[in-house]
Design a binder for this molecule. Structure first.
Ligand code: NAD
Length: 493
């Protein structure tokens, strides 16, 4: 799409909440949505009241029996229909989504938009998840006569799922939850991130047109933590599927304990990227560079801790420094731009504080660190070399275009450094021999490990070890995540 074709945004457009099949005005007013690229207000999002959050959960609960009893083939057919409608119409949301996320136009078009329909498409084919256990003989006992014991194991929906998501990929994060949850027969209440909920509201309008019964899909929005917290506290909600920071994940776990919420937690990351002495350094640098500035580093799976063999350390630092200069920072609408803004002024300050802390702790600032002279919330690609494992720039997730480099003295030491983290989402190994990379990768405490590549497998289980989360989704694992196992057992004589 040419930029000139982007639909003009109207700041006065009215956005509503979907509760029980009705599009309703927010009871607590609206709040401003700011374009991180220009700092201009581009729209006003609905501020749901606490009672509207409760209404949405109650509506989802009321819709549950009918939806749960709808055959999976029919549920999946509606997901396919939703995917068709999304694919047809999503292009019309390009300007809105780009404006509220601040993502570059390239990232908006290539990553943010197409993945939305794809996530629905993945679940348009019903899957038989039932299993029968092999029978075994049992002797008569006080519980019953002897015979052959059998069991049929089926997957039931969990119930009402609150889908609470982060700001970085608003449509992808939500659709990756909603599609498998609906396929399994759950009903959902969507609570997108406060910073960029507008395009998601429009996607829900599209999804609704596919023909989901009232109350199966609901969406509420709000400017702060209150709407999400009210959902987590609601006795009508059975499961919280959360994508966001580990700090908020901890709060949700605590608050959800009282009502025994089932949890899928997709949390923060601090990806280790191990480079062995014999690796193809240029391939590794190319891979790191491809994600360094992507969406301004606001990517949970980014390789932000580069752990390189001491014999290649100077070469890698020099090449990373050189490549940083090629990552053009600029207007998000310019097709040459690689690094656009981060989401808010507050987040930019947070990233800048981290960089300053790294320098204060003794890291070498190879490049970046300065604030680009642009109107939006920009951070230049930043490389911190000579880092130590206990520096905050190494231990904490920065969620900006900042890479920290450390030397290692061999595979065991590399694994030790990689595992010296409370995160474990996505790590990477680059080695000449894939067998060696596999050997190292299996020793890294991380839900996913990329072998000589940063590309994830779309059907592989996705999720984190340690503080990076609980549970797995994607593909068949997504259906497992949104279900309860039930065993129907018998003894036949
Ligand atoms: P965040 O934790 O600040 O917010 C995420 C969501 O939680 C928002 O919708 C927010 O309104 C809501 N929330 C805040 N307080 C709440 C509470 N007390 N109860 C219920 N909900 C509450 O995260 P963010 O800044 O939007 O996103 C960045 C984080 O998300 C990073 O840590 C990043 O690594 C993580 N992330 C993880 C994945 C993954 O798949 N593992 C994917 C994308 C982003």
């Amino acid at each position: 799409m040419a930029l000139a074709e982007l639909e003009p945004l109207n700041v006065d457009d009215e956005y509503r909440l979907l509760i029980g099949g009705d599009w309703v005005a927010p009871e607590a007013g609206t709040y401003e949505i700011v374009d991180p690229n220009t700092t201009q207000v581009i729209g006003h999002a609905p501020e749901a009241s606490t009672s509207q959050v409760a209404d949405a959960a109650a509506a989802a609960k009321a819709a549950l029996p009918g939806w749960r009893d709808t055959p999976m083939a029919e549920r999946c057919a509606l997901l396919g229909r939703a995917a068709d409608l999304i694919d047809e119409r999503i292009g019309g949301l390009t300007g809105l989504l780009q404006g509220e996320t601040g993502a570059t136009i390239n990232i908006t078009e290539a990553v943010q938009l197409p993945a939305c329909g794809d996530r629905f498409r993945q679940y348009e084919i019903p899957v038989d998840l039932d299993e029968s256990m092999a029978p075994y003989p049992v002797e008569a006992n006080p519980l019953g006569p002897g015979g052959l014991a059998g069991a049929h194991v089926i997957r039931q929906p969990v119930g009402v799922v609150a889908c609470i998501t982060s700001y970085n990929f608003p449509l992808v994060n939500v659709s990756g939850k909603v599609a498998p949850a609906l396929a399994m027969g759950n009903t959902v209440v969507i609570k997108p991130a406060p910073q960029d909920p507008l395009a998601m509201i429009k996607v829900v309008e599209i999804i609704e047109e596919a023909g989901f019964p009232p109350g199966v899909v609901n969406i509420i929005t709000g400017s702060g933590a209150a709407a999400g917290a009210a959902l987590v506290g609601s006795p009508d909600v059975n499961m919280v599927s959360f994508t966001g920071s580990s700090a908020v994940g901890v709060k949700i776990m605590r608050a959800g304990a009282a009502t025994m919420k089932r949890l899928l937690m997709e949390l923060g990351g601090k990806g280790a990227c191990v480079l062995t002495d014999d690796c193809n350094v240029d391939a590794a640098i190319g891979a790191i560079a491809s994600v360094w500035g992507l969406h301004s580093g606001q990517i949970c799976t980014a390789p932000t801790r580069v752990i390189v063999h001491r014999s290649r350390y100077d070469e890698v630092v020099d090449k990373l420094t050189a490549v940083a200069g090629m990552l053009k920072v600029g207007d998000a609408l310019d097709r040459e731009t690689i690094v656009g803004p981060v989401i808010t002024e507050l987040h930019r300050s947070r990233v800048e504080h981290f960089i300053a802390s790294g320098v204060a702790d003794g890291a070498t600032l190879q490049c970046g660190g300065e604030r680009p002279d642009l109107p939006g919330y920009f951070v230049a690609p930043t490389l911190l070399a000579d880092c130590e494992p206990d520096m905050r720039v190494v231990t904490e997730e920065i969620f900006g275009p900042v890479v920290a480099v450390m030397p290692h003295d061999g595979d065991d030491h590399a694994v030790e450094l990689a595992n010296d983290s409370h995160y474990g989402l996505f790590s990477y190994v680059f080695a000449d021999s894939p067998a060696r990379a596999f050997e190292i990768g299996q020793r890294i405490e991380s839900g996913n490990v990329g072998i000589n590549s940063l590309a994830p497998h779309v059907h592989a289980p996705f999720g984190g070890f340690k503080m990076s989360g609980v549970g797995r989704d994607r593909g068949i694992f997504g259906l497992h995540a949104y279900s309860e196992l039930q065993a129907l057992s018998w003894v036949s004589s």
